[in-house]
Design a protein around this ligand. Structure first.
Ligand SMILES: [Mn+2]
Length: 381
């Protein structure tokens, strides 16, 4: 065999606080270590949203927890330090993986880790992993007829601008995030701290149907933020680009607000329309972003979403029980003759199912319990 390619995404590592939903450090580091033992070269692609910089707090010099919307490289570096601390085992495993120069590690950039555009962030990650020139950052991975990217570019409201990943405001460089990302930072991190567990539950419409209070709260919250973004912020903060509202997306946001539509729209159909040429040149396509398992095979081409590595649950409509999602990765063997053999591999985790009613009563207790079941040690909260 020439090479093995492993693709997984949406790990969303944060600072280990209430806004961090990644707790599967044991399972993920075990998987990475299993790759270290392989004799052949391995390309490991962490396919976007590897880090959740968006919901990761920044601790000021005075020790205060904040969620700033003006994200200079120093702010990003501060957050990265917290993420390294909270998820040491994952970075230790990645370091072991990258210690063999036959292996290569790719971070594709997603909407939650836009900060990876900063050269200083790339440098710190390479330093932490003691890279031997085999750690890469970019928007896509395309080799051996395999194409992987996060997928936010086919989602109108989360689309980023790679040519202008940052802007200058008051003489300093800050990340140029999509409007939704600024809304998450300023409008929703507080709500996430209040309801840290509810946000891990899918499908969202079913969640709202059994928890009217959460629906009302989110609805009121979003409406307020939306109205301010259109009628107030652009005037109050006229010179500040983080407050500019994309007029072209007004109808889209309005529609979503009216329908309480919080799921991410599928990216596959938009990709197919926009990238016809690219599709002809590759055989296997892997995306993230939507946090749903998806598989489509047709005429020798396959499109795969391996789902998320966040701690997420499916609410069972009949029993009202929360079923923990499995984790998945895409494994592709590149044979000596260039032939590709792919599979979508599930990774089982030992987890309990809980009654939704119990969880909703005491979200923080169940956040702690979930962490305990996966041997993850949260930061004091
Ligand atoms: Mn994403």
């Amino acid at each position: 065999m020439k090479k093995e390619v492993i693709i997984l995404g949406d790990i969303e590592m944060g600072a280990g606080t209430l806004t961090d939903d990644f707790i599967s450090d044991t399972t993920l580091s075990r998987l990475i270590i299993s790759l270290v033992k392989k004799k052949h070269p391995v390309d490991l692609i962490l396919n976007g949203d590897t880090f959740d910089f968006l919901k990761c707090p920044y601790i000021t010099k005075q020790g205060k927890k904040t969620y700033p919307r003006h994200i200079s490289q120093d702010i990003s570096l501060g957050k990265l330090g917290l993420i390294f601390q909270a998820h040491q085992r994952v970075f230790d495993a990645l370091h072991e993986f990258a210690a063999a120069t036959k292996n290569r590690l790719f971070f594709t950039i997603g909407n939650h880790d836009h900060d990876l555009f900063y050269k200083g962030i790339q440098h710190e990650i390479r330093k932490r992993l003691k890279s031997r020139g085999n750690v890469y950052f970019g928007l896509q991975y395309k080799e051996h007829g395999i194409y992987a990217e996060h997928g936010q570019q086919y989602d109108a409201i989360n689309r980023i601008n790679p040519q202008n990943y940052a802007f200058i405001h008051k003489g300093r460089k800050h990340l140029n995030l999509p409007w939704v990302s600024f809304a998450v930072i300023s409008g929703f991190t507080g709500l996430k701290e209040e309801h840290p567990f509810l946000e891990r539950i899918r499908p969202i419409p079913l969640l709202f149907s059994v928890h009217q209070e959460a629906k009302k709260k989110l609805s009121a919250h979003s409406l307020r933020y939306f109205l301010k973004s259109v009628f107030y912020y652009p005037f109050r903060y006229f010179m500040d680009p983080t407050y500019s509202f994309p007029r072209s997306l007004f109808h889209e946001f309005y529609r979503r607000l009216r329908n309480m539509h919080w799921d991410i729209d599928g990216v596959v159909n938009v990709f197919k329309k926009k990238k016809k040429k690219l599709i002809q040149k590759h055989k296997i396509f892997v995306f993230g972003h939507i946090h749903k398992k998806y598989l489509e095979e047709k005429g020798g081409t396959v499109i795969i979403h391996p789902d998320t590595w966040r701690d997420e649950y499916i609410l069972d409509e009949r029993t009202k029980k929360l079923i923990p999602k499995l984790k998945h990765y895409v494994q592709i063997l590149v044979k000596d003759n260039g032939e590709l053999q792919w599979s979508l591999q599930p990774v089982s985790i030992q987890r309990s199912s809980w009654n939704f009613a119990d969880v909703a009563q005491n979200e923080r207790a169940f956040i702690r319990l979930a962490a305990k079941e996966e041997e993850f040690i949260p930061v004091k909260m």
